[in-house]
Design a protein around this ligand. Sequence first.
Ligand code: 13P
Ligand code: SF4
Length: 317
Amino acid sequence: MHTPPEKSFMLTEIARLRGEGNAIILAHNYQLPEVQAVADLTGDSLGLARQAAETDAEVIVLCGVEFMAETAAILCPDRRVLLPELHAGCPMADMITADDVREAKEKTPELYVVTYVNSTAEVKAVSDVCCTSANAVEILTKAPADRPVLFCPDRHLGEWAALQVGRTDIGLYPGKADIRLWPGFCPTHHRLTLEDLRRVKKAHPEAKVMVHPECRLEVCESADVTTSTSGMLTYPAEVEATEFIVGTEVGMLDPLRRMYPAKNFYPAAAEKMVCWNMKVTDLESVYNSLAQDRYQIAVPREIADPARRAIQRMLSG
Ligand code: 13P
Ligand code: SF4
C-alpha cells in the first residue's frame, strides 16, 4: 500500500521548492481544502486566467482541471505550467471538438462562436471569443447583433446568459436560432434538479439560494442568485441573510464556511454534486508536481496563438 510522506514534510518541501523554483500555486475554488491552503491564490476560472496572465513566476502549478492549465499555458507561453494530476479533466470540455466548430462555421460562415473556457485549446483556437461563468452575460452583450451566435459547449450557461441579455431567439444547435446552443453540459451541475432545491429549501426556508449558471435553467430561475464560484464568495457579504443553500460543486462549502464563520451554508444536493476531477489533486500531488516538475502542459504554437486571441478578447473586455 502507498504511504504518503508526512504532511509536515510535504508542507516544508512545497514552501522550499516553490521559493527555489520561483513557482506560484494557483487553485480553483473547488479544490480540496488542503490544496487551497497551500495555494498562493485561489479563484474562479476567470480569476485564475487573469492571475496566470499577470504573474512573474517562472512556474505555474495549476491545481484544477486540464482546461485551466491549458489556458494558463496559452497565456504564458514562456512559463512552465504544471497540472499536478494528469487525469484531472473536465467532461464538458470533451463534449465538443474543433471539427464540430469548423463544420458549424462551414454551414453558417457568419456564425460568431462564443466558447466557454471549459473547452479544449483546439476549440478555443477556432472560436471568436471565450467567456467564463463570471462574464458570459457581458461577452454575449457585446456579440455582433447582426450575426448568429454559436454558444458552446455549455447549453445551460448559454441559455441563462442569453436570457439575461434579453435575447429570446434561442435554440439548440443545429438550427436557425439567433443564439444556437451546443448541447453540452456539466454532469455535476446538470444533476441538480428543482426537486432537490425544493427539498433543501423546505428544511431551511429562510436560506438564500445561490446556484452556478451551469445548472439547468429552471434551477437558475428559482434561485436568489445565479453566479460564478467567485460571485458565491462575495454574495453572503452583500445580503443580511445568515443561511445559504449552495447549488454548485460541494468543494465551495469549505471556502464559504471559512470566510463567513457566523453564517450557515447547506449543500443543495451533497451526494450528487461532486466533481471527481476536481478531487484527484491532493497535497501529495502538489508536492510531487513541484519535486518532479510534473506534469507539464504545453500547447503547440499553431493552436496557442489563435486560442490566445479568443481568450485575450475576453480579458480585454
Ligand atoms: P467558475 O469559473 O465559476 O469557477 O466555474 C468553473 C467550473 O468548472 C464550474 O463547474
Ligand atoms: Fe467540468 Fe463540471 Fe467539473 Fe466544472 S464541475 S470542472 S464544469 S465537470
